[in-house]
Design a protein. Structure first.
Length: 280
């Protein structure tokens, strides 16, 4: 099932898509209430073309992301291959204000001119959980989405800093993940029953029609299940929480090819739908 959040008649609502791309309205607000079990009867049915699609989850409780989760991405940017046996997932948080939906603009920030793309599979949690075992982790998934972990590769605050300091470098890297509009997700949430193996999904990204990334979730260092299990050791996961699972090779930082205003980015992950955004 494909679940959507949209705006109709000036109000945010959520529903499910039919096979012929009509929206069956299920309730008010985004999908968070639906995932928490607040489900009313089906209401009217409208054409998809008559509503404005929004991010499926507008302000999730947590938006987690995994850094360096594909070997080819690590090595393309000059890193050494990672030994999984001596490593834990590298998780960080992005603010909910970084979320935008399909066809929304990604604003160029004032603090960086080196803005990059990262096509990723996004996982949506469907059940409150803590200390989940790897073997049981996929059971807590509500569904999956296409996403783009947009990243500013450098940050300039307008005054000199000690950029040789590893702490300065790390916090600049982290700040480059936090900017408004830097987490496009959508166009809809595909329920877990329609994705039997999240490690068998293609990942494709193009900029202005030119392919930049072409990979597969099978190449993750830590699988979706392992990312969920590890996250749940650190914090309670709740319905509507989102985990971005890392990106394969092909990012702009590897070649110095960064985004500029007017660029159109298109991301497709498996059969989860096309996510298209424009840099503004």
């Amino acid at each position: 099932m494909r679940l959507v959040t949209y705006r109709r008649a000036g109000a945010v609502r959520h529903g499910r898509l039919t096979q012929d791309d009509r929206v069956v309205e299920l309730g008010d607000s985004d999908l968070e209430g639906y995932l928490n079990g607040h489900r009313g009867p089906e209401r009217l049915e409208v054409a998809l073309a008559d509503v404005e699609l929004l991010a499926p989850l507008l302000r999730p409780g947590k938006l987690l992301a995994a850094a360096a989760n594909y070997q080819d991405h690590v090595t393309e940017t000059g890193g050494e291959p990672l030994d999984k046996s001596r490593l834990s997932p590298r998780l960080f948080l992005k603010p909910s204000t970084s979320i935008v939906g399909p066809d929304a603009d990604i604003p160029m920030p004032a603090v960086s001119s080196e803005v990059d793309w990262e096509a990723e599979l996004a996982v949506v949690i469907g059940r409150r959980c803590r200390d989940v075992a790897d073997a049981d982790a996929l059971d807590v998934v509500a569904g999956y989405m296409t996403s783009n972990d947009v990243s500013a590769r450098t940050v300039d605050y307008g005054f000199p800093r000690d950029t040789e300091d590893k702490a300065v470098w790390f916090f600049d890297w982290l700040a480059g993940k936090w900017l408004d509009g830097f987490a496009p997700i959508g166009p809809w949430l595909v329920t877990a029953d329609e994705v039997p193996d999240p490690q068998a999904l293609s990942i494709h990204l193009d900029v202005n029609g030119v392919t930049k990334q072409s990979g597969s979730t099978k190449d993750m260092i830590f699988s979706v299940a392992e990312l969920i299990a590890h996250s749940s050791r650190l914090m309670t996961l709740e319905p509507g929480d989102v985990i971005l699972t890392g990106t394969p090779s092909g990012v702009g930082a590897a070649t110095g090819d960064f985004l500029t205003a007017g660029d159109v980015i298109t991301v497709v992950v498996g059969q989860l739908g096309q996510l298209r955004n424009t840099v503004a």
